[in-house]
Design a protein around this ligand. Structure first.
Ligand SMILES: NC(=O)c1ccc[n+]([C@@H]2O[C@H](COP(=O)([O-])OP(=O)(O)OC[C@H]3O[C@@H](n4cnc5c(N)ncnc54)[C@H](OP(=O)(O)O)[C@@H]3O)[C@@H](O)[C@H]2O)c1
Length: 345
């Protein structure tokens, strides 16, 4: 007997990707339910070779559902995740609403799967920000090898990280430039087509943006609170996959060769690193893939024990939907939940 799984936000970028990944990985679900807002009732979404008709979240009873993959933004999550959790359904939440709650584990399975047991306090598990997920997957094997002191990261984040309306805006602006129509910016504060914007999410008092703050705080919670990290988050006119230029300072010496070997052996990482034109990964190539790719691994002689690298991953997959499904798989593989239908039988 399998699990009953609900996807909240099934019509969105991440929700659709979740449905694809559940089907691709043969997730042990007897039933998958697609939920979205009232606007989308009856909208059809693909699930493997089936189509599912969306139902409204507000009318749905979660009492016989085992796992809810929640991907409908922070406000919806704040209102619904605690209620769903109280109905005995484990919520894996993609928003930032519960990531910093000490009673909610923040999980990247390749990095801190053991921390998942804390989920029973609220029946909620948080999925990190897309930029954090790929970063910690790449940092973990290096931290194990030489202990990270400080990280400086600049992100190059695709528009799909801001939802499907943002992807439409990049498309519409690009088209407008080619046909000499006026370029309208609604979703982004400035034109994104043929441009880059050094601002994601709201500004904080200290001058950092919330997106940058999330990467700093989440890396500490997932990997190690002692790591110092500073981030500049930038939106770029790429549809899918986030890239990161990462500089790391370690406690112990580490050569580029040792780092490469550790990364090659690490779960979830693929190293593509030939020191020649095209011998590295770009976001276009990482789209649709599960791996966190690492390229351009080199020693940084300007600091003691320094290393730089380039890291790329599909933000809708490892940065969101894939990580959420992997968390659900950890729950099942470690026998932390049982299907409610089985318990009732
Ligand atoms: N995109 C990424 O790279 C990424 C990475 C990590 C985390 N996340 C997080 O994942 C979440 C979803 O992102 P997305 O990119 O998929 O956004 P999106 O494409 O804009 O989709 C939003 C989804 O939420 C649903 N929704 C909105 N209001 C709702 C309500 N009141 N009740 C039920 N459903 C509602 C929408 O349904 P309708 O179609 O009916 O409006 C839609 O299915 C956000 O929390 C985001 O921060 C995204």
């Amino acid at each position: 007997m399998g699990y009953k799984v609900a996807i909240v936000g099934a019509t969105g970028n991440v929700g659709r990707e979740m449905l694809d990944i559940l089907s691709e990985r043969g997730f042990p679900a007897d039933e998958v339910v697609a939920l979205a807002s009232r606007r989308s009732v009856g909208t059809e979404v693909s699930f493997g070779d089936k189509t599912l008709k969306c139902k409204a979240l507000e009318n749905y009873d979660f009492s016989d559902t085992d796992i809810c993959l929640m991907s409908a933004g922070g406000d919806v999550s704040k209102e619904w995740s605690p209620k769903i959790g109280r109905q005995g359904c484990v919520v894996i939440d993609n928003s930032s609403a519960f990531r910093y709650d000490s009673d909610v584990p923040l999980i990247v399975p390749e990095v801190n799967a053991d921390a998942i047991t804390g989920f029973t306090k609220k029946n909620i598990i948080a999925n990190p920000n897309c930029s954090t997920a790929q970063l910690v997957v790449a940092l973990k094997p290096l931290h194990d090898l030489a202990t990270i002191k400080r990280v400086v990261v600049a992100t190059y984040q695709s528009v799909s990280g801001a939802g499907k309306d943002a992807m439409d805006e990049l498309f519409a602006q690009t088209r407008a430039v080619f046909v000499s129509d006026p370029v309208e910016a609604k979703k982004f504060p400035k034109r994104i087509a043929f441009n880059v914007i050094p601002h994601i999410d709201v500004f904080m008092e200290d001058g950092y943006t919330k997106e940058e703050w999330k990467v700093m705080v989440e890396t500490k919670k997932i990997l190690d609170p002692k790591i110092k990290l500073t981030c500049t988050a930038v939106r770029v006119p790429v549809f899918i996959s986030h890239s990161e230029a990462v500089n790391v300072e370690f406690e112990k010496p580490i050569s580029a060769e040792e780092a490469t070997q550790a990364l090659r052996n690490a779960p979830g990482v693929l190293v593509i690193d030939k020191r020649e034109p095209g011998g590295y990964i770009t976001p276009y190539e990482a789209a649709g893939e599960d791996a966190t790719y690492v390229s351009r691994i080199r020693e940084d002689a300007t600091v003691e024990n320094g290393l730089s690298f380039w890291c790329v991953s599909d933000n809708l997959r490892k940065g969101a939907a894939l990580n959420a499904v992997q968390i659900a798989e950890v729950l099942i593989n470690r026998k932390l939940i049982k299907p409610k239908a089985q318990k009732a039988a």
